[in-house]
Design a protein around this ligand. Structure first.
Ligand SMILES: C[S@@+](CC[C@H](N)C(=O)[O-])C[C@H]1O[C@@H](n2cnc3c(N)ncnc32)[C@H](O)[C@@H]1O
Length: 283
């Protein structure tokens, strides 16, 4: 795919080499997101200036451990989510992409922050995660965004709002019910009036892929209450409760947890079938 855009890429590389202060997002305007994703995976030797501005890619092992997939297959899922999120935000009259102040809640190794560098200057991109290993990995790989540790039970955020867009991919798919409620309330306090929160949740079908441990119980709980949580056995409790595990919920149950939010839209990408994308707007 890079060959198709060789001239545009060479022009972008030239501009970046001539102007150290030019934001990557400015130079990448004519480069499609899929092509930018390919660059994130590997930059050809001929594009030294672009290479010097892009974070290095995490190992397949890290990608797999945090996200359950790696390489081009994971990149396709990442691109699909970014497109979905921006179409949800843009469709609601959100600001021009480059003007947005964005927060990645539970950013992991910076999988999605990297892709957003195509659109948004790095100083408008923020990433938080309560696991120091995630933030360390982002720094080790040169993610140029604002990064900070958050709390496992996030009653506040390490960055001041308001944010135009907050997203949490595969985070509410892991949180206990009370942690999810607290996180939604805290993010609500930091969202712009016309802002949007995009999260993913898991449908009940997730449990068929989870393996036999707890599967039947969780399906029954999901059907009964609209919410099922199986804590990870190796986690220490925080404030008396294990906050992290595997979680499924219905959209209706999410609405009961999301005080001060309205469910604005629901989307789904066939390339990532167990991550349902839900957009929430402040009500
Ligand atoms: C499955 S990974 C997804 C990482 C990233 N969002 C992505 O899609 O590549 C879940 C992430 O959520 C983080 N996390 C765990 N508990 C959290 C909490 N209470 N609040 C925010 N993030 C949390 C984990 O440390 C981990 O980085």
């Amino acid at each position: 795919m890079l060959d198709l855009f060789a001239d545009q890429l060479a022009a972008a590389d030239r501009r970046l080499s001539e102007d150290d202060c030019l934001p990557l997002s400015e130079a990448m305007r004519r480069i499609p997101l899929e092509v930018f994703g390919e660059l994130c995976l590997s930059v050809p030797d001929s594009l030294q200036a672009i290479r010097s501005r892009l974070p290095t890619m995490a190992s397949d092992e890290v990608q797999g451990n945090w996200t359950g997939n790696c390489g081009q297959a994971l990149m396709n899922q990442s691109v699909a989510f970014v497109r979905t999120m921006f179409s949800m935000h843009g469709g609601r009259g959100g600001k021009e992409t480059h003007a947005r102040r964005i927060l990645d809640f539970g950013c992991g190794w910076g999988r999605l922050l990297r892709l957003l560098l195509k659109y948004v200057p790095a100083d408008r991109l923020h990433g938080v995660d309560p696991w120091h290993r995630s933030i360390d990995l982002c720094r080790e790989h040169g993610i140029p965004c604002r990064l900070a540790l958050s709390d496992y039970v996030p009653r506040s955020l390490p960055f001041e709002g308001p944010f135009d867009l907050v997203y949490a991919f595969s985070v509410f798919t892991h949180l206990s019910e009370s942690t999810a409620r607290t996180a939604l309330s805290t993010i609500r306090g930091s969202i712009a009036d016309d802002g949007l929160l995009c999260i993913t949740i898991r449908p009940v079908e997730y449990w068929h892929h989870h393996g036999p441990n707890g599967e039947a119980d969780c399906i029954a709980r999901h059907r009964d209450r609209g919410f099922a949580f199986l804590p990870h056995a190796n986690r220490e409790p925080v404030d008396g409760e294990v906050t992290y595990g595997d979680t499924s919920m219905t959209i209706e149950h999410l609405a009961t947890l999301a005080e001060g939010w309205t469910i604005a839209e629901v989307e789904w990408n066939p390339c990532d079938p167990l991550q349902v994308v839900v957009a929430l707007a402040p009500s």
